[in-house]
Design a protein around this ligand. Structure first.
Ligand code: SAH
Ligand code: SF4
Ligand code: F3S
Length: 479
């Protein structure tokens, strides 16, 4: 007979019958995928009658939703876990600490050994089961899920994955929603840990996605962002039975949903950016004139070493093709500097491509070796840290300059801005608000609009990150 591990016996708060609802706190690291997973976790916990705690120390259930894309998030998590040890001790053990997400998958052999005060660890594809894990862990000898070789307390590691889509969601922004369309990634980028921790790519059913968008629209959502590690390879493994299954078809189907005014998606892979997707973007009114297209590096040699499957020339030609089809589109990107063996000249090619393509913004990263990835083995070619930092700050300067210049095209224009503030005031009063333009630029403005309205804003100033404006009228603009 399997027994409940000692650490799960020490007073689970679920066992305490108290008139006060249990309190939870979720700490999220990493990408939008994780932010969305955290919405599901929060929705699930609230569905069980729990309420938000004031902070981590105050929580009966503390959930860490982790990321392991670079070394920095790992370090941040370890610091927070050490802090949680203290808070659990102060609460005399009456705190359940659950750790989920990508780092759990990467560190499954060490996590519970190094942090024995963690009660439950669950893989990124098993969020829908967290409630059951917590409940199972309650009962004496309840036969908590035990993954052989990984110790008690571990759940949903490895291939046991499924979409968390059917869970209730506590949306961060009431009028905007993320919709997961696929999970995992079949690419083999030499630096990237994602395929190892999120598994093979799996597309969610076309009809499930469209039904979720319909439900969201009925619930007042106006903007959806379709999420996946490689969104535009969506549908590759779906049955070819004549029913719609490609990413382009999905964009058109979501565009046809009444009430959805804005559609975005992230992240596409440049190698899979087919003409049918570009055509759908150009033709669908609700698909916004904005695209995040990760470049990673500007040198064809480095791109090859990264296994990105496209060259500098192909990327630039693709950007031109997209711009020809959707004039004035905003393109943003991800760039890694200091990949093993990157020379100064190759780095300068990245700078050149940024100038050539004129990105409206870029997330820039220093290469960080991840255990188990191909590039982590290129130790002899690692670029010294100071050099990586020098390249990064040069690149940031360039990217900021270009973004500031690009954003000037909006100054003096009137932009439809989707208001993001959470305001439940029924009286209209002028106040400082913020929202986003179709090109996904943040605008701070003065106005009397309500959350979720799309209102005309006169843009008076722009920098690399955001813009300033004045709301013209309170009329909502339906697109
Ligand atoms: N699926 C997405 C990216 C997910 S990771 C895509 O392909 O675009 C987000 C970004 O983190 C990547 O685009 C890359 O720029 C960066 N990144 C991934 N692994 C990294 C590493 N080992 N070191 C530094 N940056 C990395
Ligand atoms: Fe990582 Fe490459 Fe997959 Fe993106 S496409 S998740 S960078 S392996
Ligand atoms: Fe991080 Fe996992 Fe996202 S490693 S970036 S949380 S897919």
């Amino acid at each position: 007979m399997r027994t409940t591990p000692a650490r799960t016996r020490i007073g689970y708060p679920f066992l305490v019958t108290s008139p006060d609802p249990q309190r939870y706190h979720v700490l999220t690291f990493g990408c939008q995928m994780n932010a969305h997973d955290s919405e599901r976790i929060t929705g699930m916990l609230e569905g069980r009658g729990m309420v938000a705690a004031a902070d981590a120390d105050d929580a009966d259930v503390l959930v860490f939703n982790t990321c392991t894309i670079r070394e920095k998030p790992d370090q941040k998590l370890y610091d927070q876990l050490k802090h949680a040890k203290g808070s659990k001790r102060r609460r005399k053990g009456a705190q359940v600490i659950a750790v989920g997400g990508c780092l759990v998958e990467a560190q499954k052999d060490n996590l519970l050994r190094e942090f024995p005060w963690v009660d439950v660890a669950f893989g990124p594809g098993r969020i829908h089961d967290l409630g059951n894990y917590l409940e199972l862990a309650e009962g004496e000898g309840a036969g908590v899920g035990h993954v052989p070789g990984h110790g008690e307390g571990f759940y949903g590691i490895g291939d046991e994955r499924s979409f968390a889509a059917e869970l209730p969601t506590q949306r961060e922004r009431p009028h905007q929603a993320w919709v997961q369309i696929s999970m995992g990634c079949n690419m083999k980028c030499a630096y990237c840990i994602v395929p190892a921790v999120r598994g093979r790519e799996q597309s969610r059913s076309f009809t499930d996605i469209v039904s979720e968008v319909e439900r969201l629209a009925a619930d007042g959502v106006r903007e959806v962002s379709l999420l996946g590690q490689n969104v535009n390879s969506y549908g590759n493994e779906l049955p070819r039975d004549g029913s719609p299954r490609t990413f382009a078809e999905l964009l058109r189907a979501v565009d046809a949903v009444d009430g959805i005014d804005r559609i975005r998606y992230t992240s596409p892979h440049p190698a899979h950016m087919r003409d049918d997707v570009i055509a759908a973007m150009a033709e669908c009114d609700a698909v916004m004139p904005q695209l995040h297209l990760p470049l990673q590096a500007g040198s064809s040699r480095v791109l090859k070493a990264m296994r990105r499957t496209y060259s500098r020339e192909r990327f630039v030609a693709l950007a031109e093709k997209i711009r020809a089809a959707i004039p004035d589109i905003s393109l943003s990107t991800d760039i890694i500097v200091g990949f093993p063996g990157e020379t100064e000249a190759e780095f300068l090619e990245t700078v050149e491509v940024c100038r050539e393509v004129e990105f409206d913004g870029a997330y820039t990263f220093i290469y960080s070796p991840r255990t188990g990835t191909e590039a982590a083995g290129l130790v002899d070619d690692f670029i010294p840290n100071e050099e990586q930092h020098r390249r990064l700050s040069h690149l940031i300067d360039v990217v900021r300059g270009i973004a500031t210049e690009r954003h000037q095209r909006f100054v003096g224009t009137v932009q439809p801005v989707l208001v993001e503030d959470r305001s439940d005031s029924t009286v209209r009063q002028r106040q400082r608000l913020h929202g986003r333009t179709p090109h996904n630029v943040k605008v701070n403005f003065e106005g009397d609009a309500r959350a979720g309205e799309i209102v005309p804003v006169d843009i008076v100033h722009a920098n690399s990150e955001s813009m300033l404006g004045r709301q013209l009228v309170a009329t909502d603009l339906r697109s």
